[in-house]
Ligand binder design. Structure first.
Ligand code: SF4
Ligand code: SF4
Length: 420
């Protein structure tokens, strides 16, 4: 078996002679039956972007003057609750807090941790409400300038395998796995996962990606802390951590689901091609990756299956908005349902914010007059001798952001800004 050492690869990177591919570049070559040989590929950058419910942030907040209260008992940031401590910071006026990406604001049901984290890193002003141990309330405003330390921890991120969902019942079902309550009678399909560019799909036995590996989490260099919670040999995922202040808000944010706001993140990892076995694992393409399909009310019982080629290959990554096709409904379903608030219509000023768009497909599924065009595909399945063609209505992963982060990691490696 042909092999090379990590030092040899690092020497080539140093001499700018390393062949670094993004996973999407490699997969395109494989699909075109032009797969590179071992000699031609040194490093492959892989990535994923999607809802990652295990995300939390640890903040140290410099808020109040010392001596104002002994310790904080409760805290809300833009109405989103945080846990105070573990350090009580007695009489310092500063607060350590842990905030979940999935926590919901007590003020606005559509706002939560994911949106808050993005607001903080964008430098927006954040309203703070604190209740002290003796029951007094204190109010203030802060920005990122008052947060000397912010670390993101993902307790389970970048799952290798996901399940897609349909709703066979007659009633709509509310779940975090769809942006709106999922219509019954097999009317829509939701799924997660970036298929063949997903890191653990390319290193299924975790030979390379393991505790101590370096990661690009939302654009910030961080570490794999180990396996994530609920990780298993067949369904591995990762626990990750990185400095939030170094993150780019292009790569994370809030995502509204039928069960309230969640958070999405982007993760990229490099795979040094140390031997031919590692390259063989990298040869996986979307059609080889199974995607089980389950009832949204029973994800442990798959009803059917498809593969990632049927949900990604050849489909649109983003919608086109044709304003002239809009018939000005009294209540615009797109504005109501868009999970990232990318589409707005304020007093007739219709705007699709492409930076906020996640490519989920909910707009083309919902718009009654075809003003949003986006081919997200149909999944054909057979259940109990019946055939169904089910439209993909909600993607909970964003392939464009995932590709963007794998590209960023490739450039960082080539520019020697990220040491593998
Ligand atoms: S649902 Fe479509 S047609 Fe109706 S207002 Fe919204 S964008 Fe326009
Ligand atoms: S694809 Fe449509 S619904 Fe989804 S985030 Fe973009 S604009 Fe919003």
């Amino acid at each position: 078996m042909k092999s090379r050492t990590l030092d040899e690869i690092n020497d080539k990177i140093e001499n700018r002679t390393a062949n670094v591919f993004t996973a999407q570049e490699l997969k395109d070559l494989i699909r075109n039956e032009n797969a590179p040989k071992f000699e031609d590929v040194d490093v492959v950058t892989t990535g994923t972007c999607g809802i990652m419910s295990g995300t939390a942030a640890i903040f140290h907040l410099d808020i109040f003057e010392p001596g104002i209260f002994k310790r904080a008992k409760n805290i809300y940031l833009n109405g989103v609750p945080g846990f105070t401590g573990p350090c009580p910071n007695e009489w310092l006026g500063s607060i350590d807090t842990i905030v979940y990406g999935t926590s919901h604001s007590k003020i606005d049901p559509d706002y939560g941790g994911g949106f808050l984290f993005k607001d903080i890193i964008e430098g927006n002003e954040i309203d703070i409400e604190v209740e002290s141990n003796d029951g007094k309330k204190f109010f203030s405003n802060i920005t990122i300038e008052n947060i000397p330390r912010a670390e993101m921890i993902g307790t389970r991120m970048a799952f290798k395998n996901y399940t897609a969902f349909i709703n066979p019942s007659n009633n709509q079902v509310s779940s975090i796995f769809n942006a709106i309550p999922m219509e019954g009678n097999f009317k829509s399909f939701s799924f997660s996962g970036c298929g063949d560019i997903n890191p653990l799909q390319n290193d299924p036995n975790m030979n390379i990606i393991k505790k101590g590996s370096k990661v690009l989490l939302n654009g910030s260099e961080g570490l794999v802390l180990g396996n994530g919670t609920r990780s298993s040999i067949n369904k591995p995922n990762l626990m990750l951590s990185a400095d939030m202040c170094q993150m780019s808000t292009d790569y994370f944010g809030g995502f509204k689901t039928a069960e309230g706001p969640e958070i999405f993140d982007s993760v990229a990892l490099s795979i040094p091609v140390l031997n031919e076995n590692i390259l063989n694992n990298l040869m996986v393409i979307n059609k080889d990756i199974n995607l089980p399909i389950a009832d949204i009310q029973g994800r442990h019982l798959p009803l059917s299956e498809t593969n990632y080629s049927n949900v990604w290959d050849g489909y649109d990554e983003r919608p086109q908005f044709n304003e002239n096709k809009c018939v000005n409904c009294n209540d615009c379903l797109v504005e109501e349902r868009c999970p990232t608030f990318a589409y707005s219509n304020e007093k007739g000023n219709k705007k699709l914010d492409t930076e906020k768009c996640f490519g989920c497909g909910m707009c083309s599924y919902s718009c009654i007059s075809g003003a949003f065009e986006m081919n997200t595909g149909l999944v054909s399945i057979r259940i109990d001798e019946n055939d169904y063609d089910i439209p993909i209505a909600c993607r909970q992963s964003d392939i464009r952001r995932a590709k963007s982060l794998t590209n960023k990691l490739k450039k960082m490696i080539e520019n020697r800004e990220f040491k593998i």
